[in-house]
Design a protein around this ligand. Structure first.
Ligand code: HEC
Length: 126
């Protein structure tokens, strides 16, 4: 009995400890169809939204030749840099994290969709 219980504990810990392995870039590409109206990721091209090519590691509001909202520029100046945790918070509720952002997108409710879309974006970042 004890061995079985230990096994269950260990499996649960493994799942919780390695969230990045659960990310799925292919599934993320499907999630990205929601972003595609406004964003390009596979090329460095601004549309309604800034290009998301190389977004991981970028200071918020700093892609050249894109006119950001004052709110996004201020977020960058206050130290927001796009990495997994900041992207997850932003994509969950853009207006809540960057009050006044001109990204008119309600947010992704499913944490798995968020993890997957970040995995997708990672492919286009160094
Ligand atoms: C309706 C258009 C629209 C949709 C849909 C949209 N965005 Fe945006 N996004 C924008 C705009 C506009 C900005 C610039 C925001 C600002 O300046 O406040 C932006 C900014 C961003 C930024 C910050 C980039 C930077 O250079 O600082 C990220 C990251 C982002 N969007 C990711 C996404 C993802 C991922 C999705 C899909 C889940 C998505 N967006 C859906 C319009 C959109």
């Amino acid at each position: 009995m004890r061995i079985i219980a230990l096994f269950i504990v260990l499996s649960a810990t493994t799942i919780l400890a390695t969230p990045s392995q659960a990310q799925d870039a292919a599934a993320g590409e499907k999630v990205f169809t929601k972003c595609k109206v406004c964003h390009v990721a596979d090329q460095d091209q601004n549309r309604i939204g800034p290009s998301l090519n190389g977004v991981i590691g970028r200071v918020a509001g700093t892609h050249p030749n894109f006119t950001y909202s004052a709110a996004m520029i201020a977020a960058g100046k206050s130290g927001v840099k796009w990495d997994e945790p900041t992207l997850a918070t932003y994509l969950h509720a853009p207006q809540a994290m960057v009050k006044g952002t001109k990204m008119t997108f309600a947010g992704l409710k499913d944490d798995k969709d968020i993890a997957n879309v970040i995995a997708y974006l990672k492919q286009f970042s160094k």
